[in-house]
Design a protein. Structure first.
Length: 231
């Protein structure tokens, strides 16, 4: 799943940063954060590029949009570059998130511990199943439990939590209606896990995560490798 973070992509575009670069910034941020946690204080463009799966030329071009050029013979200051990327992505503040659809996938997302450390705070969980409503899930900051609300109370949950990002993990048939209601409530960034293309008005950013498609792409590459191995 590599479709997050959402919030500042449109802002970056206004500043002239290409969308392709924006999509790579979270990868650099993750790699640099790991390096920093390992005690690495500086990193060369070649090392960072290799760990990020890009060429050093592309890396340097991407980071130049942030005004970061490194120091010849030294490289990039790891901690400062983490800060620069986090600032550009909008990760220096908390982004309130509501998750709609608390089935197996939604439940797993709610339990994901990496949201808080990356600038996202789950403020609401919503589901249409009466059996799910009232269930308490450790989805808040520091594992604080959040009670699942009814889909009938979606708007109230969004407003009370101040959510600006909606995560849709519902069945395909329900996704568009949920999307429309989120947008009507003021949510302008949506991460969609439902296997359907959503229609949204201008100004609403949607990122789609299609697990089946990703697996199919892997199957394509696996087939090519097996064919090459058979010679």
């Amino acid at each position: 799943m590599n479709a997050v973070p959402l919030p500042r992509a449109t802002n970056a575009s206004r500043r002239g940063i290409p969308e392709a670069t924006v999509a790579r910034l979270p990868v650099y941020h993750r790699v640099l954060t790991s390096l920093g946690e390992s005690g690495v204080s500086t990193v060369s463009s070649e090392e960072l590029a290799a760990a990020s799966g890009v060429t050093s030329a592309k890396l340097r071009k991407d980071l130049s949009y942030l005004g970061s050029y490194g120091t010849r013979g030294v490289g990039y200051d790891t901690a400062y570059l983490v800060y620069q990327i986090a600032r550009e992505l909008g990760l220096t503040q908390d982004w309130p998130v509501v998750i709609v659809g608390i089935g197996n996938l939604g439940h797993a997302l709610a339990n994901y511990g990496g949201f808080a450390s990356r600038g996202f705070r789950v403020v609401g969980l919503v589901d249409a199943d009466p059996a799910r409503v009232g269930e308490k899930i450790p989805a808040g900051v520091d594992g604080t439990e959040i009670e699942v609300s009814s889909l009938d109370d979606l708007e109230t949950t969004v407003v009370d939590g101040g959510a600006c990002i909606g995560v849709i993990a519902t069945p395909a048939a329900a996704a568009q209606d949920v999307c429309d209601r989120l947008v009507a409530t003021g949510v302008s960034s949506i991460l969609n896990f439902a296997p359907v293309v959503l229609t949204t008005p201008a100004g609403v950013d949607v990122r789609k995560v299609d697990l089946a498609t990703e697996l199919q792409i892997l199957a394509f590459h696996e087939q090519r490798k097996q064919t090459a191995a058979r010679g």
